[in-house]
Design a protein around this ligand. Structure first.
Ligand SMILES: [Zn+2]
Length: 356
C-alpha cells in the first residue's frame, strides 16, 4: 500500500511545494495533491517518477507507519528567521530521526531518560542548579555536554545542510527527550544551543503558556547558568576584568567570548559600561561573527559506540539506510559531525554501560 503521509514527508524534507514537485516529476499539480490527500493510489510508473524527483528510494513510500512529531511540542530556537518551508523541512528531519532512533533502540540498549521535570520552576538559574545537583555535577565546568546529555538518555541528532537556518530544536516523544543540533555553527555555539535545548526539555515540557519569547529568554538564561555556575564564576574571575580575562574565562567554561561576557554582566561582575566596551573590543577581534582559535567540536559518545559496534559486524551506514529505506544522505545528515574521526582508539567513556 502506498503511504500518502510519506509522500508529504519526503516532499517537505526536500523543501518542495506541491507545484515544484509536480514540475520536477512531470506530474500534474492536481495529481500530487490528490496523492498526498490519499484520494487515489499511484501506479508503479508514477511512484518511480516521484521517487526519482525526491531522491528517496521507492520502498520509502510503502512503509505503513509515518513517523511524526507533535509540532505543538517542538521548541525551535528562532521562529522568526525561518520560512514555513524551512520549518517543515526541519520537522521532517525530526521525523526521520525518530525512525532512525526506533531502529537503534530495537538493537541497542540506550541509557534511560534521567531528566527532571522543572516546569513549575520560574527561575532558570534555580532550575540549572537543581539539574546539576540531580546529575551530581557540582559547580565545575562540563567537559562534553553532548556526551553528558546522551548518558542521561537524551537522543541527539544533527540537522543536515538544507536546514542550516535552523539553530536547533528539541521535543519529547513517547517520554523520550530528543535534541536536533545544527552542527554548522562554531563548537562554542553548538554547546550553548545544546544547553538551551536542555532548558526547554526540562522547563517547557508541557507547552507554552508564557509565549515563545519568554521561553527563549528562559532557555538562554538556563543555558548560561548551567554552563557557567555563579559560584564557580565568582570564585575564579578576578574583580578587574579585561578582554583577555574574558578570553581566558571562556576557555574554562567552554562558551563563546560573547556568552562569557554576558554572563559576567548578568552576575554584576562587569558594569554595564565595561560590558559594552568589552563587547566592542571582542567584535574588533572577530568574536561577534565567529570564535577565533575556537575549541574542538564536541562529539557523540553513543553514536560512536553504535557505529563501531555495527562496523565490527560489517554493517555499514549503507546497510542501515537500506533497512530504513532512507537515502544515504539523509542518514548521514542525522549523525553528521556528531561522531569524530573513527580511526582513533576509543577513549574510556564512563556511564555508558547501558549501551551494549
Ligand atoms: Zn529555544
Amino acid at each position: 500500500m502506498f503511504n500518502n503521509g510519506r509522500l508529504t514527508l519526503a516532499r517537505q524534507r526536500r523543501r518542495l511545494t506541491g507545484k515544484a514537485l509536480a514540475e520536477r516529476s512531470g506530474l500534474a499539480p492536481d495529481t500530487i495533491s490528490r496523492l498526498e490527500n490519499g484520494l487515489h493510489a499511484p501506479d508503479e510508473a508514477t511512484v518511480e517518477r516521484l521517487a526519482r524527483a525526491l531522491h528517496f528510494p521507492t520502498d520509502f513510500f510503502f512503509i505503513s507507519d509515518t513517523p511524526s512529531i507533535d509540532t505543538g511540542a517542538v521548541s525551535f530556537r528562532s521562529f522568526s528567521k525561518m520560512s514555513a518551508r524551512e520549518r517543515d523541512a526541519a520537522i521532517a528531519a525530526g521525523a526521520l530521526g525518530l525512525q532512525l532512533n526506533n531502529w537503534v533502540e530495537a538493537r541497542f540498549g540506550l541509557p534511560n531518560p534521567n531528566l527532571i521535570d522543572l516546569s513549575y520552576e520560574t527561575s532558570p538559574e534555580a532550575a540549572a542548579h537543581m539539574l546539576r545537583q540531580h546529575w551530581g555535577l557540582g559547580e565545575k565546568p562540563i567537559g562534553n555536554l553532548l556526551g553528558l546529555l546522551e548518558c542521561h538518555g537524551v537522543r541527539v541528532f544533527s540537522l543536515s545542510e538544507n536546514t542550516a537556518s535552523v539553530n536547533a530544536f528539541s521535543f519529547w516523544q513517547d517520554s523520550k527527550p530528543y535534541v536536533f543540533l545544527n552542527n554548522f555553527k562554531t563548537a562554542e555555539s553548538s554547546v550553548f544551543d545544546t544547553a538551551h535545548e536542555l532548558g526547554h526539555l526540562i522547563m517547557h515540557r508541557h507547552g507554552d503558556p508564557k509565549g515563545v519569547r519568554a521561553f527563549e529568554r528562559e532557555a538562554d538564561s538556563f543555558a548560561s547558568s548551567f554552563l557557567m555556575p555563579a559560584a564557580d564564576v565568582k570564585a575564579r574571575v578576578p574583580s578587574f576584568v579585561t578582554v583577555d580575562v574574558v578570553l581566558l574565562a571562556k576557555k574554562r567554561w567552554r562558551v563563546s567570548a560573547m556568552a562569557m561576557a554576558y554572563r559576567l554582566r548578568s552576575l554584576n561582575i562587569l558594569s554595564e559600561w565595561t560590558y559594552k566596551s568589552i563587547c566592542i573590543e571582542l567584535s574588533k577581534r572577530g568574536y561577534r561573527s565567529g570564535e577565533p582559535n575556537g575549541m574542538a567540536r564536541e562529539s557523540s559518545v553513543v553514536w560512536r559506540k553504535i557505529l563501531m559496534d555495527l562496523w565490527s559486524r560489517r554493517i555499514t551506514k549503507e546497510d542501515i539506510a537500506n533497512e530504513l529505506s532512507l537515502p544515504i544522505d539523509e542518514l548521514e545528515g542525522l549523525i553528521w559531525n556528531l561522531v569524530g574521526p573513527m580511526d582513533r582508539p576509543a577513549k574510556q567513556e564512563g556511564g555508558l554501560r547501558a549501551v551494549v
